[in-house]
Design a protein around this ligand. Structure first.
Ligand code: FAD
Ligand code: PYC
Length: 414
């Protein structure tokens, strides 16, 4: 695969862009692979990438029922931060954030990582205490966050209404190197790099069954035929419990819709990301100028990629009171994704009761930010049988009552 560079752009400009290669191949599946990853979202593709790059395992297929990046990875609001409370979470989210810093160079693909700064507003005394606790925890974990007062918030976000009609802004948990990246580009960059290593990315191929024998995985049944494997990674977010059922075990996962919407593009007015969790809304401005907006999850389990209307109303109202200048903006698009929620709002990266099957799920409303760290840890777990970053996120924690409670850090109302 030819490298992307300024020279390649100049060369192609000279010949009417006729020489660009396809970014990834679209092969027909082989009969057998060493590893099959189900789900070509960010986590599945990153798992495959680090299996190849770090562990030299390249006989890998990534199988996707739709198009790559068409699940939650291409539907999220792209917020990246690592300001979590518990040590295991801080470690994996900060690993991911640090990998994001160099990901464009690593993948030779511009993922548009933009560490523009992220604020989580404190709007009640209770919330202030919670976020100050996170700042102290982050200091011990070596993660650069700080508590800032309302004057500094106003400096960073001139369009904010500090007094607030319902709740005043008392300050914010600020992570200066938090920010955003382009979600599709993250999926496309990993896919291109996997394909360049000789891995097969097979789209429009649904896994309909999992074959096991003597408690060990044998392969998968798909809409493109039977495919055998030695190891199977199930990385399908909101469909994780459906796939676990195919393999004969249960997961402590609930699937719910989470939605987002964007406004018409306007001139640059806010160059940080703001989350206002007391009033239930968050907002950033995309490179195109659209205000990117989201709120909480639906209160009931479902598989519709839409979300309930009352969230649109409540969240828009919350953000209009926080940023009065958006009150006359027209909204352009609204969409939803199916997120995979665990009881402690922390992910599962784990072996399973079936030998050779691994799961990576439970990232819920917050797994875009963790894609590089999750892929790195999952690949290590599969290649070596153990990963320090994944160690605390095993399935057994639910049996042992060893929860990693991140319901506050998750940021999004559940
Ligand atoms: P996905 O990207 O959903 O990939 C799973 C893939 O598996 C899908 O492509 C699906 O088609 C495929 N699949 C399912 N079943 C099968 C099958 N049987 N056979 C083959 N393939 C199958 N996180 C953040 O960190 N920051 C945010 O700002 C943020 N905002 C969000 C906003 C919204 C509206 C939503 C919905 C989510 C948001 N998230 C955010 C969460 C984040 O998007 C997810 O945690 C993350 O994208 C999960 O990635 P994934 O690769 O695990 O799943
Ligand atoms: O995890 O930071 C997050 C997030 C913001 C919006 C949705 N998820």
């Amino acid at each position: 695969m030819k490298r992307y560079s300024i020279f390649a752009v100049a060369r192609e400009a000279m010949r009417y862009h006729a020489g660009w290669e396809r970014a990834w191949r679209s092969p027909t599946p082989k009969k057998r692979y060493k590893v099959i990853v189900v789900g070509a979202g960010g986590h599945g593709l990153a798992t495959a990438y680090y299996l190849g790059k770090v562990h030299g395992i390249r006989d890998v297929a990534v199988i996707e029922k739709g198009w790559l990046g068409g699940g939650n990875t291409g539907r999220n609001t792209t917020i990246i931060r690592s300001n979590y409370l518990q040590d295991p979470s801080a470690a994996i989210y900060e690993k991911a954030r640090a990998l994001y810093e160099g990901l464009s160079q690593d993948l030779n693909y511009n993922v548009m990582f933009s560490p523009r700064g992220l604020l989580m507003l404190g709007q009640t005394e209770h919330e202030v205490r919670g976020y100050k606790r996170t700042v102290h925890a982050n200091r011990l974990q070596g993660i650069a966050t700080e508590w800032i007062g309302p004057e500094r918030v106003k400096e960073l976000v001139p369009i904010i209404n500090i007094a607030g009609p319902r709740y005043p802004v008392l300050g914010a948990l600020y992570q200066a190197r938090g920010g955003t990246a382009r979600h599709d580009a993250v999926a496309w960059g990993y896919a291109r790099a996997c394909s360049a290593m000789g891995m097969d990315i097979i789209q429009k191929c649904e896994v309909t069954g999992i074959r096991t024998e003597g408690g060990k995985v044998q392969g998968v049944s798909t809409t493109q035929g039977e495919i055998d494997c030695e190891q199977l990674a199930v990385v399908v977010a909101g469909h994780s419990s459906v796939m676990a059922e195919m393999a004969g075990f249960r997961l402590p996962i609930e699937s719910v819709a989470l939605q987002a919407w964007v406004s018409e593009p306007i001139k640059p007015c806010m160059d940080v990301v703001v989350m206002a969790n007391t009033v239930h809304g968050y907002m950033s401005q995309s490179d195109k100028g659209e205000m990117v907006i989201g709120g909480g999850t639906d209160g009931f389990n479902n598989y519709t990629q839409r979300g309930s209307w009352h969230h649109v109303e409540e969240t828009t109202r919350a953000l209009v009171e926080t940023f009065p200048i958006i009150s006359r903006l027209k909204m352009l698009r609204q969409w939803g994704g199916i997120v995979d929620m665990t009881g402690d709002r922390s992910p599962i990266l784990s072996k399973t009761p079936v030998e050779g099957i691994f799961v990576n799920c439970g990232w819920g409303t917050g797994g875009f930010k963790s894609i590089p760290g999750s892929g790195y840890a999952m690949a290590e777990l599969m290649a070596r049988g153990h990963s320090p970053l994944a160690a605390e996120f095993g399935l057994e924690r639910f049996r042992e009552g060893r929860f990693i409670d991140e319901s506050v850090a998750a940021g999004v109302a559940h």
